[in-house]
Design a protein around this ligand. Structure first.
Ligand code: SF4
Ligand code: F3S
Length: 103
């Protein structure tokens, strides 16, 4: 499961579409955690898609991650600033790849 303390245990190494990337990152096999308010551990996400289907405000978008061992697409929290903290995505992800920090 995603480490809920990632902001303390990891370094912010990059930004993608205005969304933070928390390392370590070593593409294509290690992609880190993407997002801060809505955080997705790309190394755990296996592209189930429930988060995209269920999020009422469409926070997530698919991004291509060719060569990653778990899946070749990931749920990117592109619109994490729109999140209404309903926690649905956290509940439906089968591999607990998502952490939402209610504001
Ligand atoms: Fe979307 Fe709710 Fe998850 Fe926020 S907590 S990203 S609103 S499903
Ligand atoms: Fe990935 Fe979980 Fe969403 S596996 S696509 S973060 S439901």
């Amino acid at each position: 499961a995603i480490d809920p303390n990632f902001e303390r245990t990891r370094e912010k190494v990059d930004e993608e579409d205005g969304v933070a990337v928390w390392g370590p990152v070593d593409p294509p096999v290690q992609l880190g955690i993407h997002g801060t308010h809505v955080a997705v551990d790309f190394d755990i996400c296996l592209a189930d898609g429930a988060c995209l289907e269920d999020c009422p405000v469409d926070v997530f978008k698919w991004v291509d991650t060719p060569g990653h061992p778990e899946s070749e697409i990931k749920a990117h929290p592109t619109h994490e600033d729109q999140c209404i903290d309903c926690m649905l995505c956290v509940d439906v992800c089968p591999v607990d790849a998502i952490d939402v920090d209610p504001s």
